[in-house]
Design a protein around this ligand. Structure first.
Ligand SMILES: CC(C)(COP(=O)(O)OP(=O)(O)OC[C@H]1O[C@@H](n2cnc3c(N)ncnc32)[C@H](O)[C@@H]1OP(=O)(O)O)[C@@H](O)C(=O)NCCC(=O)NCCS
Length: 261
């Protein structure tokens, strides 16, 4: 993983790794994940970066999923830190840069990810994966490096079956299907809870390179919520069901393995 990470920054010298959180949280983080130096921005001293993060988040999650300011303060910045890939605004597509009101040499957020801490040591909940620079694997790398900054060994998150982010998530390895989404999530009907085991670096590294190979038992259209609902019911009853990298195929089907118990 160290070699892959340094290769990523060698290919993309325009991108820099950073973290944005309450000042006190810096000392609990690894700011040299996989040998890549991360700059820590204390949210208290960088309100302009916090505002830019919120505007960038609003571009990726408009409407119903938009991030309230109090959630950003209370649940993103205070408990931990948001992992960032930053760049000069000239790197963004011009319409995106203009919507953010940035000049070409202003600092911009290329990609971001939050790992929210949980009551289980080493387990985080992945939230708000966003990338404004498509086609360079920025989503996969901001996710991987943020999780390393946090020292995560296990990840849970909510994903939508049809979202291309499933392809990003499977760069961390196979995703175990856990359950439907508890609570009143706006996209509950088309979402699921997944878990990634981050403790085996060899598996993570193969998945990052799309070298992971595993048998596939079923391919289900990501739009087939009835069939996928049955998959969730089986997972909730304890069956071990994995989404196999790359997660979604070119026909928009979810790639699944049903593991014998
Ligand atoms: C999801 C998101 C973070 C991905 O951004 P990114 O990392 O820059 O994406 P990339 O261009 O590198 O593509 C990542 C993968 O998705 C695939 N992909 C991207 N757009 C796609 C599309 N419209 N349809 C199908 N596949 C697509 C790419 O082929 C690539 O697959 P690969 O890893 O097998 O090569 C970005 O699109 C985004 O911010 N979306 C809005 C917010 C969101 O929905 N976040 C996820 C919440 S769970």
């Amino acid at each position: 993983m160290r070699d892959l990470a340094s290769e990523f920054f060698r290919r993309h010298p325009e991108l820099s790794l950073a973290a944005l959180g309450a000042a006190d949280n810096a000392r609990a983080m690894d700011l040299n994940p996989l040998g890549c130096k991360a700059e820590f921005f204390a949210a208290e001293s960088h309100p302009e970066l916090v505002a830019l993060y919120r505007e960038s988040n609003a571009l990726a999650f408009p409407g119903e999923l938009s991030l309230p300011g109090w959630v950003l303060s209370d649940l993103y910045l205070l408990p931990g830190a948001i992992g960032l890939l930053t760049c000069e605004a000239r790197v963004l597509d011009i319409p995106v840069r203009k919507r953010l009101g940035l000049r070409p040499d202003d600092r911009a957020i290329a990609a971001a990810y939050l790992g929210a801490p949980t009551i289980h040591p080493g387990t985080f909940i992945g939230v708000s994966l966003l990338s404004l620079v498509p086609r360079v694997l920025a989503g996969a790398w901001v996710k991987a490096l943020t999780l390393r900054m946090l020292g995560a060994s296990r990840l849970r998150g909510v994903a939508q079956w049809q979202n291309p982010s499933v392809r990003v998530h499977t760069r961390m390895g196979p995703m175990r299907v856990v359950s439907s989404v508890p609570g009143t999530h706006e996209f509950k009907a088309k979402s699921f809870v997944y878990e990634s085991d981050l403790s085996d670096e060899a598996t993570w590294s193969s998945a990052m390179q799309r070298r992971y190979e595993g048998p596939i038992d079923a391919k289900i259209q990501a739009t087939d919520h009835d069939e996928l609902g049955r998959v969730l019911a089986r997972a909730e009853q304890g069956e071990r069901i994995l989404i196999i990298p790359p997660g979604l195929d070119a026909q928009g089907r979810v790639l699944l393995r049903f593991e014998p118990s």
